[in-house]
Design a binder for this molecule. Structure first.
Ligand SMILES: *[C@@H]1O[C@H](CO)[C@@H](O)[C@H](O)[C@H]1NC(C)=O
Ligand SMILES: *[C@@H]1O[C@H](CO)[C@@H](O)[C@H](O)[C@H]1NC(C)=O
Length: 138
């Protein structure tokens, strides 16, 4: 009985962490980073983070909300995170200062991107990152 109650509490808190909806945020590693960026011809938004970064945790819900709203298989728009405690090779290419760092990649290209450094609140995420994603950069 007590175990059952615990399981329900754990399940509920995982659900809440994801913003109440299933998350559309992928986890990328060196095994699939290049392949997924290339796929995302409509744009990719990647959050570089670590498990211990406080700003990353504070941003998680807004980031998931934005992903739920804008990610699209049909438009090839992808949202992802990279854990920089494990993916040093990718992170050293795109993280300049610290965490979180968000990079918006355009047109399936690893060299056509805009970087946002540091914590963004929900409004900044929606407006700045959302706008950048919609901008067709040549
Ligand atoms: C990328 O690969 C990792 C294992 O290296 C896996 O856990 C993850 O789910 C993969 N992500 C995608 C989007 O395929
Ligand atoms: C997008 O990428 C494709 C393939 O690399 C290229 O042919 C096309 O010109 C690019 N478009 C823009 C707007 O950058």
């Amino acid at each position: 009985m007590r175990l059952f109650a615990k399981i329900i509490i754990v399940t509920t808190s995982v659900y809440t962490t994801l913003g109440g909806k299933p998350s559309n945020v992928e986890q990328l590693t060196k095994a699939n980073f290049s392949e997924r960026i290339k796929w995302a011809t409509g744009g990719a938004v990647v959050e570089y983070r670590t498990p211990w970064c406080g700003g990353c945790q504070m941003m998680e819900k807004s980031f998931n909300d934005l992903a739920n709203r804008l990610s699209s298989t049909a438009k090839r728009i992808m949202f992802a995170t990279v854990n920089c405690d494990e993916e040093a090779a990718i992170c050293s290419r795109f993280v300049t200062v610290g965490y979180p760092t968000i990079v918006v990649y355009h047109n399936g290209s690893e060299s056509n991107f805009k970087r946002f450094v540091g914590y963004l609140d929900k409004k900044e995420l929606d407006e700045e990152v959302g706008k950048e994603l919609e901008r067709k950069k040549v």
